[in-house]
Design a protein around this ligand. Structure first.
Ligand code: MF3
Ligand code: CO
Length: 268
């Protein structure tokens, strides 16, 4: 069932989405080699609780942490752990908050220090592919138009588009209809109407598109061990141009100011 939101509900959803952006910005300010993903988890959870909200992922289908931190070959749903991050790692940080009855759910991939140029390009292209998808998140287009834009933009580079995990509707539940795959045919899927809110989240692999689940039952890894990148925005369908509820601007400002993070892909 597709649930369209009222303007008042969209304002509340923007509050939740921007709280995730703010949490990701706090992380971007301090992230550096030597920190652990559990440090990131604690920082995010504290920020969320201080803002009178609840981390959406904790206990979701039994998920045992506040956020997901997916390092290098981990695609998504990585458990925060006590392994120090190293120069040259990439880490996707996926944060959900629940406030005023609505979820925000968005993600950003950070780069620690010096990194192989091919991985830097994977990060840049994956981020750009999200915005290619968002161009189609407008009234009258179909979900498959978003999917196809992401697939076309990334497969052109020879990357693997993960099929097993998809974006989704977002609202009072973290996962609402419809599913938003990162692959598909133009003109397929439901036609989108005003005030549908979607979490669009390309998960793109440097090598094979194939993935597997770790023994922990959650962690999704690339089959070939090559890196994978994940970016996610919360997007409200509007006429002519989508209204992006979440915001990368404060994250990017913090990322550029943090000498331990490599943001050189902006200049490529
Ligand atoms: N962004 C992810 C999603 O949309 C977060 C879910 S992780 C979970 O599915 F742990 F909460 F399941
Ligand atoms: Co999501």
């Amino acid at each position: 069932m597709i649930i369209y939101k009222t303007e008042d509900e969209i304002k509340l959803m923007q509050t939740s989405a921007l709280m995730v952006s703010a949490a990701l910005s706090e992380i971007a300010k301090v992230l550096k080699p030597g920190m652990t993903t559990l440090d990131i988890d604690r920082l995010a959870a504290e920020f969320i609780r201080d803002n009178d909200a609840v981390p959406s992922f904790l206990n979701y289908s039994g998920y045992p942490h506040n956020i997901c931190t997916s390092v290098n070959d981990v695609v998504v749903h990585g458990f925060p752990n006590n392994v120090p991050l190293r120069d040259g790692d990439i880490v996707s940080v996926d944060v959900g908050v629940y406030k005023n009855g609505f979820h925000g759910d968005h993600a950003y991939t950070f780069i620690l220090g010096e990194i192989a140029p091919e991985v830097l390009k994977l990060v840049r292209i994956t981020k750009e592919s999200l915005f290619e998808g968002i161009k189609h998140a407008v009234v009258g287009k179909r979900v498959g138009d978003i999917s196809n834009a992401i697939q076309t933009y990334t497969e052109r580079e020879g990357y693997g588009v993960v099929r097993e995990l998809v974006g989704h509707g977002l609202g009072r539940a973290m996962h609402e209809d419809p599913q938003v795959p990162n692959y598909g045919r133009k003109g397929s899927g439901i036609m989108m109407k005003e005030n549908l809110v979607l979490a669009i989240e390309p998960m793109i692999n440097l090598g094979t598109r194939h993935v597997f689940t770790d023994e922990d039952g959650w962690t999704i890894r690339t089959e070939d061990g090559k890196p994978s990148v994940h970016f996610e925005h919360d997007v409200c369908i509007k006429k002519g141009e989508a209204f992006v509820l979440s915001d990368y601007t404060p994250i990017e400002i913090a990322e550029k100011a943090n000498a331990n993070l490599n943001s050189s892909y902006y200049e490529l």
